[in-house]
Design a protein around this ligand. Structure first.
Ligand SMILES: Cc1ncc(COP(=O)(O)O)c(C=O)c1O
Length: 387
C-alpha cells in the first residue's frame, strides 16, 4: 500500500463499540484473567499490554505507523525527541564505547556527547559535515555507533546517507540517523543502510505545536534492547500524546508537501534579498550538497537558514522587527517561526563550539509554516528592510 494509505488505515483493532476513529486508551495498566494469564504475560510468552510504561494501544499504533513509513522492523515511542536520542544510545552503549558523530547535531545531543556520556566513560569524535570521507580514519577498536542528523539543525546541511550506510556496513557499526527535519515522507534512511532512525515527533510529525514526543524505529534486535532499557527506565510516550501524533500522521504527506512548496518560495525570496547572505535550503541549486539532497530526499523540507548581514546585533534587530512569524524555539508548526540560534537554542555552547558547528552570529532559522506564503515573505521582507 502507498504511504498516505498506510498513514490513514494503519489502525488499532475496533472495540465492540465499532468506533471509526481510534479511541484514546487512558489507562496505566491492564487486567488479567487469572494467575496463569499474569505469569505468561510477564514472562512474555504472551504478547499483550501489561503496563503503559511498557506498551499502550495508542503508543503501539503510533509506533507501528512510523515503522511502516520508515521501512523499519520495529520501534518504540518516547516522551520527547531527546528521550528517544538518549535512551536509544544509552541502551546500546557500554562504558568504554566510542561514538563517531557529525559535529552539527542538535544542541542537547551535543550536550549529551560532551557533558553527560563522559561520566559513563563513553567518548565521541566529531567530523565536519563536509568531511564524510574522513570518517573511516576516525574509527577506533571501541567505536560502536555512527550518529548523524540530516538535514542538520540549524545549519540545514545535508549528509550523504549512502556513504554513511556503506561505512557502517563495512566496519560493522550501528548507523543512527536523526530524521527530524525530513520526516519519513521526505527521506527514509533505512533504505541507505541506517540501522535506527530517530524522530522528534514534537516537530513536523505533530505539525501543530501541541505535544512533545519522540520515536526510534529500525532493526528488531536493536529495538528490543532499547525497549528493555526503556521499559525499566520509564521514558515512554503518554497515550494522549501518542493519540494526537497518530492522528497527525494521517495528514503528514499533504501537510509536508505544502510546507515544502512554501519553504522553497521563501528560500528563493531570501536569495534575492541584499541583507540575507548564505541562504541554505536543500533544494536550492546553490546549496553545497544540492545533489546529495536530490538523491536522498523527496523534497527540501520546511527549514530555511540564512545569515543576516551585520552579525549578532543585526540578527537581534531582525528578530525584533518580525510581526507575523512567531519568535519561538520550536519548528515544524503550521505557524512560521523565526529563531536566532546563537542567542537562543545554541546559546549554551561556547562561541568556538558554535562556530565549529556552523552557527554564525547572524544565522537565522526560519521554520516555514502553512500560512499564505506571500504573507510570510512580506513579513520577512519588512524585517530585513528595517535592519
Ligand atoms: C534534530 C533534532 N533532534 C532532536 C530534537 C529534540 O526533540 P524534543 O524537543 O522533542 O526533545 C530536536 C528539537 O528541536 C531536533 O531539532
Amino acid at each position: 500500500m502507498h504511504f498516505e494509505t498506510e498513514a490513514i488505515r494503519t489502525q488499532n483493532e475496533r472495540t465492540h463499540f465499532q468506533e471509526h476513529s481510534t479511541p484514546l486508551y487512558l489507562t496505566s495498566s491492564y487486567v488479567f484473567d487469572d494467575a496463569e494469564d499474569m505469569r505468561a504475560s510477564f514472562s512474555e510468552e504472551k504478547e499483550r499490554n501489561i503496563y503503559s510504561r511498557f506498551t499502550n494501544p495508542n503508543t503501539s499504533e503510533f509506533t507501528e505507523k512510523i515503522a511502516k513509513m520508515e521501512g523499519a522492523e520495529a520501534g518504540f515511542a518516547f516522551a520527547t525527541g531527546m528521550s528517544a536520542v538518549f535512551s536509544s544510545l544509552a541502551a546500546l552503549l557500554n562504558s568504554g564505547d566510542h561514538i563517531i558523530s557529525a559535529r552539527s547535531v542538535f544542541g542537547s545531543t551535543h550536550s549529551l556527547f560532551t557533558k553527560f556520556f563522559p561520566k559513563w566513560n563513553i567518548s565521541h569524535t566529531y567530523f565536519n559535515v563536509d568531511e564524510v570521507d574522513k570518517i573511516e580514519s576516525l574509527i577506533k577498536p571501541e567505536t560502536k555507533i555512527i550518529f548523524a542528523e540530516t538535514p542538520t539543525n540549524p545549519g540545514v546541511d545535508v549528509l550523504d546517507l549512502e556513504v554513511l550506510g556503506k561505512i557502517a556496513k563495512k566496519h560493522n557499526l550501528i548507523l543512527i540517523i536523526d530524521n527530524c527535519f525530513a520526516t519519513p515522507w521526505l527521506q527514509n534512511p533505512i533504505k541507505f543502510g541506517a540501522h535506527l532512525v530517530i524522530h522528534s515527533a514534537t516537530k513536523l510529525i505533530d505539525g501543530q505545536g501541541r505535544v512533545l514526543g519522540g520515536v526510534t524505529v529500525g532493526n528488531a534486535d536493536l529495538i528490543r534492547e532499547i525497549y528493555l532499557f526503556s521499559r525499566n527506565t520509564g521514558p515512554a510516550l503518554s497515550p494522549f500524546n501518542a493519540w494526537v501524533l497518530s492522528k497527525s500522521l494521517e495528514t503528514l504527506a499533504v501537510r509536508l508537501d505544502k510546507h515544502c512548496e512554501n519553504a522553497e518560495k521563501v528560500a528563493e525570496f531570501l536569495e534575492s534579498e541584499a541583507n540575507a547572505e548564505n541562504v541554505k535550503y536543500p533544494f536550492l541549486k546553490s546549496h553545497p550538497q544540492y545533489e546529495i539532497a536530490k538523491k536522498q530526499m523527496k523534497k527540501g523540507g520546511n527549514i530555511v537558514s540564512f545569515e543576516i548581514k551585520g552579525g549578532i546585533e543585526a540578527g537581534r534587530k531582525f528578530i525584533d522587527a518580525i510581526k507575523l512569524c512567531s519568535r519561538s524555539a520550536n519548528l515544524g508548526d503550521t505557524r512560521s517561526i523565526v529563531t536566532h540560534p546563537a542567542s537562543t537554542t545554541h546559546s549554551k555552547l561556547s562561541e568556538e563550539d558554535r562556530l565549529e558547528a556552523g552557527i554564525k552570529p547572524g544565522l537565522v532559522r526560519v521554520s516555514v509554516g502553512l500560512e499564505h506564503v506571500d504573507d510570510v515573505i512580506a513579513d520577512l521582507k519588512q524585517a530585513l528592510n528595517s535592519i
